[in-house]
Write a protein that binds this ligand. Structure first.
Ligand SMILES: Nc1nc2c(ncn2[C@@H]2O[C@H](COP(=O)(O)OP(=O)(O)OP(=O)(O)O)[C@@H](O)[C@H]2O)c(=O)[nH]1
Ligand SMILES: [Mg+2]
Length: 392
């Protein structure tokens, strides 16, 4: 596998990590791709689209169709380079209902098939299914099992592009409704997200989507300087192959030792898986605790806001009462003002009446006086007449 890309490899460093260097813009002649994802997500159909052949069984089913890891290869002409694409199809390894020992066996088998390392891990999702917690956990489990570095080799493949109305409406769908986790992952995998229409009958479309995927693979390969993903487990597997080779050439024939290596690797995978499960359980526990904390905080906040609402309602009622009182007071004041105006008017009328009465009395008295004076005058004149002299 990886060795086939010798013409693109420049082994100019002793350091194991820097051992791989890909000439800028060059494509690796030999790449190994592993397809992972949930049961029925379209792994085998995508693998077939990449291979351009119905190499793997792919069908509608209530149960998992692919039961064990399988590897097929194809060669493609890329300019003047003939490239070998090795495709490893897997069962839904991280589905809840798969037995731990099957997972262990299949992981060992898969790593054995990709013994020189994985150039790209294609994480397959169906574009028509809801992106669930389980999908989130699959990425997290892979990260936990293989280490964070696996993310550098990951490509996200969404199948059933034909059912979501093609690339544009799929992108709209992602920006409209993708959950936060998926949005973050999509941002992280910017140049490494591909939509597949595995059912398309158009040769042109098939070639175009395959080209798009290989471009993403080349992007991943060159981002990792041509170095495939590998870890201690892969090194152990390579060691087994090395020993087997020696055994076959009859220089070294201890098959027993090879068997013990395989059981050692299986044990290592088991330990890693157990560690992964433990980490996932711990993470789950942490998430549950965090959720509980949030719930508690929310309950406290609700209680606080209920108390605030109660206080606000009370002060609103008080303010309403005060405003009612003020209104009443105002009303009373206006009524008393009206009453006093009435009173004032009445008093004025009485004064007027009194004035008129006094005027009338004065006029009557003056009349009386005039009359008395006239009577007196008459009497005096009468008396003068009688006495014949004028009294001055
Ligand atoms: N319309 C449409 N159907 C697809 C597409 N990709 C896969 N399918 C269908 O989805 C169903 C499941 O596909 P598989 O390739 O068997 O899925 P898988 O992930 O390999 O399933 P397991 O092996 O059971 O884990 C099949 O009926 C496929 O024809 C696609 O792009 N468009
Ligand atoms: Mg399958």
């Amino acid at each position: 596998m990886g060795g086939g890309g010798g013409e693109n490899r420049v082994d100019n460093h002793d350091d194991d990590d820097d051992d791989w260097e890909l000439a800028a813009g060059a494509a690796l002649a030999d790449v190994t791709l592993v397809l992972v994802g949930k049961v029925g997500s379209g792994k085998s159909a995508t693998a077939n689209s990449i291979l351009g052949d119905e190499a793997f069984e792919s069908k509608c089913s209530y149960a998992g169709v692919t039961q064990t890891c399988q590897k097929k290869s194809t060669t493609v002409q890329d300019g003047c380079l003939i490239r070998t694409i090795n495709v490893i199809d897997t069962p839904g390894l991280f589905d809840m209902d798969i037995k731990a020992e099957d997972v262990r066996r299949e992981i060992v088998k898969c790593m054995d098939m990709a013994k020189d390392g994985i150039h790209a891990m294609l994480m397959v999702f169906s574009a028509t299914s809801r992106f669930s917690c389980e999908d989130e956990k699959t990425i997290e489990t892979l990260k936990s099992f293989f280490g964070d570095k696996i993310l550098d080799h990951m490509i996200l493949v969404f199948t059933r592009g034909d059912e979501v109305g093609g690339e544009t409406s799929w992108k709209n769908m992602l920006s409209d409704s993708a959950p936060t986790y998926l949005q973050d992952i999509l941002k992280l995998f910017e140049n490494r997200v591909v939509l597949f229409e595995n059912k398309t009958s158009s040769t042109q479309d098939r070639q175009a989507q395959r080209k798009k995927l290989l471009d993403a693979v080349d992007f991943v390969v060159s981002s990792n300087h041509g170095k495939p993903f590998s870890n201690q487990l892969f090194t152990q597997i390579q060691e087994v192959h090395h020993r087997q080779k020696e055994a076959n050439s009859e220089v070294y024939s201890s098959m027993q030792e090879t068997d013990s290596y395989i059981s050692l690797i299986t044990k290592m995978v088991e330990e890693k898986l157990n560690g992964t499960i433990l980490r996932m359980e711990q993470q789950l526990l942490k998430e549950q605790e965090a959720r509980l904390d949030i719930q508690n905080e929310m309950t406290k906040a609700i209680l606080r806001s209920e108390e605030d609402i109660r206080r606000l309602r009370l002060s609103l009622e008080k303010a309403e009462q005060e405003s009612n009182n003020a209104r009443e007071e105002n009303k009373r004041f206006r009524e008393s003002e009206k009453a006093s105006k009435e009173q004032e008017k009445q008093t004025e009328a009485e004064i007027q009446k009194l004035k008129e009465k006094m005027e009338k009395d004065r006029e009557e008295r003056e009349e009386e006086i005039r009359r008395l004076r006239d009577d007196l005058e008459k009497e005096r004149e009468e008396r003068q007449k009688q006495s014949g002299c004028i009294i001055l």
